[in-house]
Each structure stands twice: as structure tokens, then as C-alpha cells.
Design a protein around this ligand. Structure first.
Ligand SMILES: NC(=O)c1ccc[n+]([C@@H]2O[C@H](COP(=O)([O-])OP(=O)(O)OC[C@H]3O[C@@H](n4cnc5c(N)ncnc54)[C@H](OP(=O)(O)O)[C@@H]3O)[C@@H](O)[C@H]2O)c1
Length: 226
């Protein structure tokens, strides 16, 4: 059976990824900061392998990579993310901005650096970085959200770079916008449930061709402007 490694798996979109791939019989490695408090993951039982992982902690990432050893990972979903506060430059909290860069940009980069050999050793060889339409520079007409937008725009560049670097290993890498989703980050007024978003994203991920690697796509598979 194929295997999934997903970060931020205790709630929101991460948990929906876990449930969706588990239902199809995949081996699921669900990572979260506090597995002992992750009730929803615990309720899924031993079918899910739970791992403690803060994506801003390079040592934890290396230790997880060592503990999984040579096990191939078909799909790495870099989902864990921090949202940002609205506001202009004057309202910026630069310490918080650095945290967003550590989690939203460096987190996926550290994960890919540690796990690409396991992904390359698998059959499906895919890395999906969960980005956002708000990362699009071309689409930015409203401004604000400096920290969130810039951390995810940088993630988009990292995704394209990874796609180029890993192409000869057969690894596909994409940046994906999940839509506006009803999670703690998206809020109750969002348009999509996590299950709707993940089921659409799965169609995009599962159907990716090598030619699509390096792209930035919406939840319905539409190519987004950088
Ligand atoms: N919801 C939307 O409308 C929307 C739209 C565009 C993009 N996205 C992106 O989709 C992804 C998932 O977001 P969501 O909507 O599911 O948000 P969410 O409900 O707020 O969940 C965020 C997840 O990220 C985890 N996380 C935060 N910092 C972490 C760290 N340092 N290490 C490991 N995990 C960490 C959280 O864990 P804790 O429980 O431990 O905090 C939680 O599991 C994010 O990358 C987000 O930017 C969401």
C-alpha cells in the first residue's frame, strides 16, 4: 500500500488528509506537535502512526527521518501552517513574522530536505506544499497580511526550486491552494469543508504528471498566477 506523511495532522486540513488516505487503505504517518493531546487522531486508532513533530524544529525532523529509516513515502504533504494577522506595516509583529517564515517556508523546506530520498524511493514520488492564493504576487490587489503572504510566496519559490532539483529523481513537487476552508484558520464562513477541499486536492495530487511539477494549482486543478 502507498504511504502518506502529513504535517499538522491533528486538525483542519491535515486531519482531513489523514482520514481520506486512511479510508483508501494507505499507510498514514500523521505528524503533529502534541500527539498526546490529538484526540481526533487518537480516535482513529492504531491504523494511524502518530509522530511528534514541530516543523520549526530541525532536530525533531531529522530524528523522525531516522526513525522511519528506508521506508518509502509516496506522498509528503507539507500542510502545517500558521496564519497571520491583517494590518499594515505599522501593525507588524516582526517576531511573529519570523515564526511564520520558520513554519510556513522553512518547515516544508526542512521536511523535503530530510524526506526526499524516501519520496524518491516510492512509487508515486510526490511532494505537495500547501500554499494559498494569497501568496500570488500577480493576484495581490488588496495588500495586507504581510507575514502570511510573504511566507507562502517564499514557499512557492521553494516549491519550484525543489521541482527543478528533484526532477531527475522523478519526484513531482507542487504548491497547492486548498480554497477557503472551514478550519480554525479559515473560519466558519469559509466556503468549503475540509473534506470537500481534500477530496478535490486529492484529484489534483493523484493525477499529477511530471510536466505539471513545479506548478502552483488551485483546489480544482486550475493553474494559478505566481
Ligand atoms: N483554511 C483555509 O482557508 C486555508 C486557505 C489557504 C491555505 N491554507 C493552508 O492550509 C494549511 C492547513 O491550514 P488549516 O486551515 O487546516 O489551519 P488550522 O486548522 O489552523 O491548522 C493548522 C495546523 O498546522 C499546525 N501547526 C502550526 N504550527 C506548527 C508547527 N510549528 N509544527 C507543526 N504543526 C504546526 C497546527 O498544529 P497545532 O494544533 O499544534 O497548532 C495545525 O495542525 C496551512 O498551511 C494553511 O496556510 C488554509
Amino acid at each position: 500500500m502507498p504511504s502518506l506523511l502529513v504535517t499538522g495532522a491533528n486538525r483542519g486540513l491535515g486531519l482531513a488528509f489523514v482520514r481520506s488516505y486512511l479510508a483508501d487503505g494507505w499507510t498514514v504517518h500523521a505528524c503533529c506537535r502534541h500527539p498526546e493531546k490529538a484526540r481526533a487522531l487518537q480516535e482513529l486508532g492504531d491504523a494511524v502512526q502518530r509522530h511528534r513533530l514541530d516543523v520549526a524544529d530541525g532536530l525533531q525532523i531529522e530524528s523522525l527521518a531516522r526513525s522511519l529509516g528506508d521506508e518509502p513515502i509516496d506522498l509528503l504533504v507539507n500542510n502545517a501552517g500558521l496564519g497571520g494577522k491583517a494590518g499594515g506595516l505599522e501593525d507588524s509583529d516582526f517576531d511573529q513574522w519570523q515564526k511564520l517564515l520558520a513554519v510556513n517556508t522553512l518547515g516544508p523546506a526542512r521536511m523535503a530536505a530530510a524526506f526526499w530520498p524516501a519520496v524518491a524511493a516510492s512509487e508515486r514520488r510526490t511532494i505537495a506544499n500547501i500554499s494559498t492564493q494569497l501568496a500570488s504576487i500577480a493576484d495581490n490587489r488588496s495588500g495586507g497580511l504581510y507575514a502570511y503572504r510573504s511566507s507562502k510566496a517564499a514557499l512557492n519559490m521553494v516549491s519550484r526550486n525543489m521541482a527543478i532539483e528533484l526532477a531527475d529523481k522523478g519526484v513531482k513537487v507542487v504548491a497547492l491552494h486548498p480554497g477557503w476552508v472551514q478550519t480554525d484558520m479559515g473560519g466558519a464562513n469559509a466556503k468549503l469543508t475540509p473534506d470537500q477541499s481534500v477530496s478535490a486536492l486529492r484529484k489534483v495530487i493523484d493525477g499529477l504528471t511530471p510536466e505539471q511539477s513545479g506548478g502552483f494549482y488551485g483546489w480544482q486543478g486550475d493553474e494559478l498566477p505566481w
